[in-house]
Design a protein. Structure first.
Length: 92
């Protein structure tokens, strides 16, 4: 099973991270739904994507020093799709 965890170099000195990305997302979604109380959430999927996609794209681009071809390969996206997403979020 692939679970994304930060590399040791990405963790601030003196701080340990034991939660997986899956755990962090699940906790955040639970908190969001709890905070909604009795209000209806009609677009949760889109809300989550808008929150997660930009930092994901930024970090992968940073990891590959701005190389869109390598970033697209890492993300499993077509390079044109990555460029479209980067423009949509104002990252490039």
């Amino acid at each position: 099973m692939n679970t994304l965890q930060p590399s040791p170099a990405a963790i601030e000195p003196g701080k340990a991270v034991s939660a997986t990305l899956r755990d962090v997302v699940a906790q955040s979604v639970r908190r969001y739904l709890h905070d909604l109380c009795d209000h209806q959430a009609d677009d949760l999927y889109e809300v989550v994507l808008r929150e997660i996609e930009p930092p994901l794209l930024r970090e992968v681009m940073r990891h590959h020093d701005g190389n869109q071809s390598r970033a697209a390969a890492t993300l499993g996206l077509n390079r044109a799709t990555l460029r479209k997403k980067l423009r949509a979020y104002g990252i490039v």
